[in-house]
Design a protein around this ligand. Structure first.
Ligand SMILES: Cc1cc2nc3c(=O)[nH]c(=O)nc-3n(C[C@H](O)[C@H](O)[C@H](O)COP(=O)(O)OP(=O)(O)OC[C@H]3O[C@@H](n4cnc5c(N)ncnc54)[C@H](O)[C@@H]3O)c2cc1C
Length: 248
């Protein structure tokens, strides 16, 4: 695993933004260290726990930023870590969104909670491809960390990202079947799949699955698809939702 140093950290109630610095910066400023859709496996040096998968929010030659939801042992540890602490990472792993999407078309992007990270990273890389973006959070505590123009807060508006998408699609005045790329909880992706059938759009979902190795070796993140069992880490995390056997 490679070393990275926690440079800066901002914490709100249930999220944090962590900036990490590489031990050795890349020489080339345009270096594509990681592509939107891919993820890194991250761990601390002191605890005997497996590395955990995280997307990046953005990256440059010196390091990368992550948007992290505090939900358990590692994320809690990170929320209490101090600047200067060394962490370990390996990767990038997974298939970049660009490999599964037709980038000659416009795309509607949807992020739920920490699923905002890969979506905002994708938007930054492919801004010319973005038709519309909706980023949903349960509450607005994230505003203490980051200003996201496209954010909607369920606690304030009473609307989920699916409600917002539905409203947009009903008023949409564009030629061609809408294409939606979404990243969020399993329940959000599952609801979106049902909605895509009702509203007739093409949906790609980046799945948030518990992972062991992150590179397809441990077979710990299986998903049933129309073309057999696939590993979310290696064959995904992004899939065409029509390919997934959701009942599994
Ligand atoms: C490809 C990919 C990219 C990801 N990117 C991000 C990201 O950018 N930001 C972010 O905050 N999180 C992201 N995640 C989720 C992240 O990996 C988990 O939240 C993290 O592993 C939790 O570690 P922990 O030790 O804090 O929690 P643990 O102590 O391991 O678990 C705490 C609780 O959370 C549940 N849990 C753990 N992992 C997941 C999971 N993947 N999905 C649903 N429930 C889970 C456990 O069952 C348990 O109930 C991503 C996951 C994947 C697969």
């Amino acid at each position: 695993m490679k070393k990275i140093v926690l440079k800066e950290k901002k914490v709100s109630d249930d999220f944090l933004i962590a900036s990490f610095e590489f031990e050795n910066p890349f020489n080339d400023n345009t270096q594509d260290f990681i592509k939107p859709g891919q993820f890194l496996m991250l761990k601390n040096r002191t605890e005997p726990i497996l590395a955990k998968p995280f997307s990046v929010l953005n990256t440059n030659r010196n390091g990368f930023k992550m948007l992290i939801k505090i939900i358990g042992r590692f994320t809690d540890y990170l929320s209490n870590a101090v600047s200067g602490e060394t962490f370990l990472y390996r990767g990038p792993y997974g298939t970049a969104f660009e490999k599964k999407l037709d980038l000659s078309k416009k795309i509607i992007t949807i992020g739920g909670g920490c699923g905002a990270a890969p979506i905002l990273f994708f938007n930054e890389h492919y801004f010319e491809n973005i038709e519309k973006t909706i980023i949903g959070f349960k509450n607005d505590s994230i505003r203490n960390l980051i200003n996201i123009d496209e954010a909607v807060y369920e606690s304030l508006s009473g609307k989920t990202v699916i409600d917002e998408l539905n409203e947009y699609l009903l008023l949409r005045n564009k030629v061609g079947k809408p294409i939606v790329l979404a990243c969020g909880s399993s329940s959000m992706c599952q609801e979106l799949h049902k909605h895509s059938l009702e509203m007739n759009y093409q949906l790609f979902v980046s799945l948030d699955e518990r992972m062991g190795c992150g590179m397809g070796m441990c077979k710990g993140c299986p998903i049933k698809t129309k073309s057999g069992i696939k590993m979310v880490c290696k064959d995904g995390p992004v899939f065409n939702s029509d390919e997934i056997i959701w009942e599994w």
